[in-house]
Design a protein around this ligand. Structure first.
Ligand code: SF4
Length: 372
C-alpha cells in the first residue's frame, strides 16, 4: 500500500524522487515550505537508503583552531577577535603541535584546522603548521582551511589562489573543510558577513581546489535572516559546481547559533528547520555523496533523528571545538567513539568508522588501518 502524503503538493516531487529525476528550484522551495515533515523524511530516506543503505559514517577527529584573531567582523561570528581584544589568542607552532598531540590517545585519523583571518601571521606559519603536523603525525589526514581562509592567505602570500592551494597541498594539506559558505545570496551575505569573499569567489575557490586535486566539503549556515529561496539558491549553486568538478564530498547544514554575536536578538533554529535542512539537501543535492548531521551544531538528539531524514554521517568525536561554543553551543566539546556508535545503532543504522575520504577504518585495541 502506498503511503499517502498529507501535503498533496509533494506528490509530483515524489514521482521525480522515485524515478531518480533531478529536482528543480521550485521543488526545493516547496520542500522547504511543507509542514509535512514525515513525507519529507520519507522521500529523503528513499534517496539516503538508495545511496548508502543503512550505513552511517563517523570519524575520530580533532579540531585545531590555531588563532581566533580575525580582520573580518562577520555579524554571524562569536569566535573572531581583534588582535588586541581580550580573549584573542594565536598558538605558537609548538603549542599547535601540543594541542594536536593532546587529543591523540584515541588514534585520530583527521585534524580539522580552521581559524580567523590573522592580519600579521605570514603564509609560512601555515605552511610550517601543516608540514610540522605531517611530520609528527604522518598518518593523520589534514583537512585544513576554508575557502575564505585560502583566499585570505593568497592575499597575504601575494600568490594566485591556485598557487596558494598548490603550496598548501605540498605542505601536507589533504583536503579542505566546507566552512565560510554561509549563504551565497549577496543580499544576505552583505548583512551577515560583509567582510568575507562573496559567494561567487567561494565557489570559484572550491572549483580551483578540486582542480588541483583537493576534495572539499560544503556548508550552509541557516536559521538567521535568510529565506527559503536563499537556501535553495545556495543548494543549486553547489549542485552546479559539483556537476563540473565532482570534488565535494559532503554537504553540512550548520544551524546558526546567535548567542554572543551581533545577531543575538534572533532566535535559535527549531527542530523542524534542522530536520528540513538535512532532508531538503539530500533531495536537491543529488550529486553529493554524503549529507552530514553535525551533532555539535544541531545537538546529538536531533542529529540522531536526522539519520532517518536523509543524513548518512554524524561527523566525529571532534575533541575541543571552539567556534560554535563561543557562539553559545551547549553541546559537549567532544564525544567518545562509543557514544557515537550508540547513537547510530539506536537509530537502527550501521555505524561505519571512516577516514576523511570515507574509507572504512578497522581498529584493534592499539592501532587502526584504513582500507584502500
Ligand atoms: S566568521 Fe570567520 S572570517 Fe568572519 S569574523 Fe569569524 S573567524 Fe573571522
Amino acid at each position: 500500500m502506498q503511503v499517502v502524503f498529507d501535503d498533496s503538493r509533494l506528490n509530483p516531487i515524489r514521482g521525480k524522487v522515485e524515478a531518480g529525476e533531478r529536482l528543480s528550484f521550485e521543488d526545493g522551495v516547496t520542500l522547504y515550505r511543507t509542514p509535512d515533515i514525515l513525507a519529507l523524511g520519507y522521500l529523503a530516506n528513499l534517496v539516503r537508503e538508495r545511496l548508502h543503505g543503512s550505513k552511517t559514517y563517523f570519524n575520530v577527529n580533532r579540531h585545531i583552531n590555531p588563532t581566533n584573531v580575525c580582520v573580518a567582523a562577520c555579524r554571524l561570528c562569536a569566535f573572531g577577535r581583534k588582535k588586541d581584544s581580550p580573549g584573542a589568542y594565536t598558538m605558537a607552532l609548538e603549542e599547535a603541535f601540543q594541542t594536536a598531540a593532546s587529543g591523540y590517545t584515541e588514534s585520530v585519523t583527521e585534524f580539522h584546522i580552521v581559524g580567523g583571518l590573522h592580519p600579521d601571521l605570514p603564509f609560512q606559519y601555515f605552511l610550517d603548521l601543516c608540514s610540522g603536523l605531517k611530520q609528527r603525525f604522518p598518518q593523520v589526514h589534514l583537512k585544513a582551511f576554508t575557502m575564505v581562509e585560502v583566499a585570505f592567505l593568497a592575499k597575504i602570500a601575494k600568490l594566485s589562489i591556485r598557487d596558494t592551494l598548490l603550496k598548501l597541498k605540498e605542505a601536507g594539506v589533504d583536503s579542505l573543510p566546507g566552512g565560510g559558505a554561509e549563504i551565497f545570496t549577496d543580499r544576505v551575505r552583505h548583512i551577515i558577513c560583509d567582510h568575507k569573499i562573496d559567494g561567487a569567489q567561494w565557489l570559484d575557490t572550491a572549483k580551483l581546489a578540486h582542480q588541483v586535486g583537493l576534495k572539499s566539503n560544503a556548508t550552509m549556515l541557516y536559521g538567521h535572516i535568510e529565506n527559503d529561496e536563499d537556501r535553495v539558491d545556495h543548494l543549486m549553486k553547489l549542485r552546479a559546481v559539483q556537476d563540473e568538478t565532482g570534488g565535494f564530498q559532503t554537504f553540512i547544514p550548520l544551524a546558526f547559533h546567535p548567542a554572543n554575536t551581533v545577531l543575538s536578538h534572533l532566535g535559535t533554529t527549531t527542530g523542524f528547520m534542522d530536520i528540513k535542512s538535512i532532508a531538503v539537501a539530500r533531495l536537491v543535492l543529488d550529486n553529493f555523496p554524503h549529507i552530514k548531521a553535525y551533532w555539535q551544531m544541531m545537538t546529538a538528539k536531533i542529529a540522531q533523528i536526522a539519520l532517518r531524514f536523509g543524513a548518512d554521517d554524524l561527523d566525529g568525536t571532534v575533541i575541543e571545538e571552539k567556534i560554535y561554543h563561543d557562539a553559545g553551543a551547549t553541546t559537549p566539546q567532544g564525544m567518545r567513539r562509543e557514544e557515537l556508535v550508540r547513537l547510530i545503532k539506536e537509530a537502527g543504522r550501521e555505524p561505519i568508522e571512516r577516514d576523511t575520504m570515507y574509507r572504512p577504518v578497522t581498529r584493534t585495541e592499539t592501532s587502526f588501518t584504513v582500507a584502500v
